[in-house]
Design a protein around this ligand. Structure first.
Ligand SMILES: CC(C)(COP(=O)(O)OP(=O)(O)OC[C@H]1O[C@@H](n2cnc3c(N)ncnc32)[C@H](O)[C@@H]1OP(=O)(O)O)[C@@H](O)C(=O)NCCC(=O)NCCS
Length: 159
């Protein structure tokens, strides 16, 4: 193999289950990413049998994560986040497709989520991946001033 085609381990991405040991790195990304970040306590509360927590690892570094709660036949996407310096490189779509695949195999019938109406990047991503808006929750999120509406998006699963 020539030098040119040697794969670099530092760039290898893999998705695995998130663990409690990841939480320091998760909180760092969370603080960089949200105006109203989740606390460590909220994440700790998500380590339950009916939740799926996914970590996107690149060369040993946590660069993104997703938190999904299963309720009956619905997978509720509660958090999807990619570190600011890794955005627009396909990381978000990788996590999203992974959680959709697993939810399908686990007999979920749809993925549902809330998103701030000002969050254009996330909305673009979800719509591109086939989600449709099915509703709105007025004042769902705290905002710098007052509250912000959420759009409710849904993706029906084939499985
Ligand atoms: C939303 C988020 C997860 C997207 O992650 P990402 O790794 O940048 O997404 P990808 O690189 O996989 O982008 C896939 C597609 O989504 C859309 N997209 C993502 N970011 C976008 C942006 N800033 N503007 C417009 N479209 C965007 C594009 O269609 C993009 O495809 P393209 O790059 O080929 O044009 C990331 O911006 C993030 O972590 N934001 C902060 C946390 C957050 O708001 N999470 C969502 C909560 S509901």
């Amino acid at each position: 193999m020539t030098e040119k085609f040697k794969p670099s381990l530092a760039s290898v991405r893999c998705i695995r289950s998130l663990s409690r040991q990841d939480l320091a790195a998760v909180i760092e990304l969370e603080l960089q990413s949200y105006s109203h970040p989740w606390t460590k306590g909220i994440f700790l509360d998500c380590f339950r049998p009916d939740y799926r927590l996914w970590a996107l690892d690149q060369g040993g570094e946590l660069i993104g994560y997703a938190v999904v709660a299963y309720l009956f036949d619905e997978a509720h996407l509660l958090n999807l986040c990619v570190g600011p310096q890794y955005r627009r490189s396909g990381a978000g779509v990788l996590l999203l497709r992974h959680l959709i695949t697993v939810a399908t195999h686990e007999s979920m019938h749809r993925v549902i989520l809330e998103v701030r109406q000002s969050n254009r990047s996330a909305i673009e991503l979800y719509i591109r991946e086939g989600f449709e808006q099915i509703g709105e929750r007025p004042g769902y999120y705290p905002a710098a001033i007052g509250r912000e509406n959420a759009s409710v998006l849904s993706l029906t699963l084939d499985g």
